[in-house]
Design a protein around this ligand. Structure first.
Ligand code: AMP
Length: 287
């Protein structure tokens, strides 16, 4: 596996490869777990050349978040990617990636406003900016994104559509631990007790999905109340529980019936201690 930290070298290599091969790309912030690795395996089936990036992007962390303490495990990550026969790991430094004078930003105005965008102002602007830059540098034909970060996936899809970026975004389903908790690099912050409380999140997601399946005429309000009740049976703090259309991500009014929503989707964000965790599920026909 080739390991590059220079954006220029990465782009030159990609431009060379691109003459003959499709390039499949998985952007990550490292501290790789099985969720990331499944995306990488998917990418390997899409393109002849598989590129993974590891970059803890300072632009997408809001003030007071865990940028400094975000886990960085580059050597272990390299070994795992090597085993998967990844062709190239792109792991730039902050300084190299955002050279002095950097001042351009990309914003997907509406989809970025809601849900996590409300709790983390500026977060998605950081995500879209880094992703467009990474797409240019890696010359990717395919980029795989996890549905664990469903809003991120939607925001990136919209950016690619709006700005005619010539690549296909490939979604990947959420990869979960045995008890259902969505795998996340941040799960390692949890104490064993908090880890048990966190299992309430996937339990709640399943409960809401099952209730919606049983009764499509249920109101948003009764589903959200069910979610709130279930989540708060353990000591975690709800940031938000919402139901929104996958198309707009705009939280629906509580009085509306689920059956009136196009492609309804349930979203949850909580804090367990100081660790912020998210989950989501479709409540539509595909659930
Ligand atoms: P991150 O390193 O957290 O920025 O994640 C990099 C990519 O992996 C993103 O597309 C995430 O959505 C995806 N990802 C992270 N955890 C999971 C998971 N448990 N299941 C599916 N995709 C995931």
């Amino acid at each position: 596996m080739l390991v590059l930290s220079s954006s220029q070298e990465m782009q030159q290599t990609a431009l060379r490869w691109k003459r003959e091969h499709a390039i499949a790309f998985v952007p990550t912030m490292g501290c790789l777990h099985e969720g990331h690795l499944r995306l990488v395996r998917k990418a390997r089936t899409l393109g002849k050349k598989c590129v993974v990036s590891i970059f803890v992007n300072p632009l997408q962390f809001v003030k007071g978040e865990d940028y400094e303490k975000y886990p960085r495990t580059l050597e272990a990550d390299k070994e795992r990617l090597n085993e998967l026969e990844v062709d190239l790991l792109f792991a730039p430094t902050d300084k190299e990636f955002y050279r002095g004078g950097f001042q351009s930003e990309v914003q997907v105005s509406q989809l970025s406003q809601h849900l996590c965008g409300k709790s983390r102002p500026g977060h998605f602007r950081g995500v879209t900016t880094v992703c467009l830059k990474l797409f240019q540098i890696t010359q990717a034909d395919y980029a795989v994104f996890g549905e664990k970060d469903f809003q991120q996936l939607r925001v990136i899809q919209q950016m690619v559509l709006d700005l005619n970026v010539p690549l296909a975004i490939i979604p990947h389903e959420i990869v979960r631990e045995e008890d259902g908790l969505a795998m996340s690099s941040r799960n390692r912050y949890l104490t064993p007790e908090q880890r048990r409380w966190a299992a309430k999140i996937p339990e709640t997601v399943n409960l809401v999905r099952e209730r919606a399946k049983l009764n499509p005429n249920v109101s948003v309000e009764s589903l959200l109340e069910l979610a709130q009740r279930n989540l708060t049976s353990v000591p975690l703090t709800i940031d938000y529980v919402e139901i929104a259309s996958e198309r707009t991500l705009k939280p629906e009014k509580r009085s509306i019936l689920l059956s009136a929503i196009e492609a309804p989707h349930f979203f949850v964000a909580v804090k367990v201690g100081s660790t912020r965790l998210i989950d989501n599920t479709s409540l539509g026909a595909r659930s």
